[in-house]
Design a protein around this ligand. Structure first.
Ligand SMILES: [Mn+2]
Length: 355
């Protein structure tokens, strides 16, 4: 796996690096870090994505070199002439957008570097580990195994952002002592401060985005003994607040943060149904549930696009299916029968009826 990828890096000159639609911190950070690493080895690198870099990440050094795919001749040549194509942070053709089929059919060796479950089978080489906290962790391992001195401020900033954003600022169950040692190494070698990165990512909320958050919070509903929480972002809510769809990033985590809620969903209205974010506590899995609706992801964070005639139908179908994938505790059934008090109470009711 890793050895095979490093051999490909050593023995080739032209690389094409891409990542998924709506690139998040891990996607973009991994892409920028890998590209700069390759460039420092004297390689020729093209970074091309189907989607543009969002405003919350456009500050990242190196992100300006990422091109949006527009089927220009230059981009087609970059792909056609590449020896190796790296696909980062997603393991499926569809998630690559317009580039998906082109990458899949490319003559280059396609290499998957990713931490999601169940990759599609068309990659030539895979460096994947679903227990990795972020794709950035795997990119770090590539650089570390080659020459850790190559980690400069730009690579460090990109990798720190990748790992920080994919671990909810180092608080998910994927965070280990080893990951903290990697972070320490990244900070020391890059000579960078973590605080400004946190501020830039988390303290740049727009007023319309906060208004949208307020509307979303107001619409949280609880089901299954208050152990499932869900809310919605409708097209109307986005229009009314003047927010953008990007603003709903992280919203689902507010729903999951409710005490007693072990799984949370955010339904985003689309014309033909709903896009859905699934989140769960560490010992609860949502990936099978998402997969059942044509989606996928991690154990505790997954997504799906459910097509239905109406938004409401999509919500209903997914919520109704919940007990097939999650064990909701019923506080009454969980007890060993009824308490003496309950028995006595029932007897008075039954007694009065039969009399
Ligand atoms: Mn990731």
């Amino acid at each position: 796996m890793l050895d095979e990828v490093l051999t490909l890096v050593r023995e080739n000159e032209r690389f094409f690096v891409t990542t998924h639609l709506g690139p998040d911190g891990d996607a973009l950070g991994s892409q920028v870090a890998l590209a700069r690493f390759l460039q420092k080895l004297g390689k020729h690198v093209a970074m091309v994505n189907s989607d543009e870099v969002g405003f919350n990440l456009d500050w990242m050094p190196g992100s300006q070199q990422v091109e949006v795919y527009d089927s220009s001749l230059g981009q087609q040549e970059a792909l056609a002439e590449a020896d190796v194509v790296f696909v980062l942070d997603t393991n499926g053709e569809e998630r690559l957008g317009k580039l998906g089929s082109l990458v899949r059919e490319a003559t280059a060796t396609t290499v998957l570097i990713d931490h999601h479950l169940q990759p599609e089978g068309w990659f030539d080489v895979e460096f994947i580990r679903d227990t990795a906290a972020a794709t950035g962790e795997l990119v770090y391992e590539m650089i570390e195994a080659t020459d850790p001195d190559l980690i400069d401020a730009e690579i460090a900033t990109a990798l720190y952002t990748a790992i920080m954003t994919d671990t909810g600022s180092f608080r998910y169950s994927s965070v280990t002592p080893r990951l903290h040692r990697i972070i320490a190494d990244i900070l020391e070698r890059g000579g960078i401060e973590p605080a400004p990165i946190h501020e830039t990512i988390y303290d740049r909320k727009s007023m319309p985005g906060l208004r949208l958050l307020g509307r979303m919070l107001n619409r949280i509903r609880l089901r299954y003994n208050d152990q499932l929480g869900y809310s919605v972002v409708t097209q109307r809510m986005v229009e009314d607040t003047g927010a953008s769809w990007d603003d709903k990033q992280g919203f689902v985590n507010y729903v999951l943060s409710i005490e007693g809620v072990k799984a949370a969903l955010l339904f985003s209205e689309v014309d033909d149904g709903s896009k859905i974010s699934f989140r769960s506590e560490a010992d609860v899995r949502v990936d099978e549930w998402a997969r059942n609706f044509g989606g996928g992801g991690h154990r505790n964070a997954a997504g799906a696009y459910v097509k239905r005639p109406t938004f409401e139908e999509a919500i209903e179908d997914v919520i109704d299916a919940a007990p097939r994938f999650i064990d909701f505790e019923d506080p009454y059934a969980a007890e060993d029968g009824l308490s003496a008090e309950d028995e006595a109470y029932l007897e008075t009711l039954l007694g009065s009826k039969s009399e």
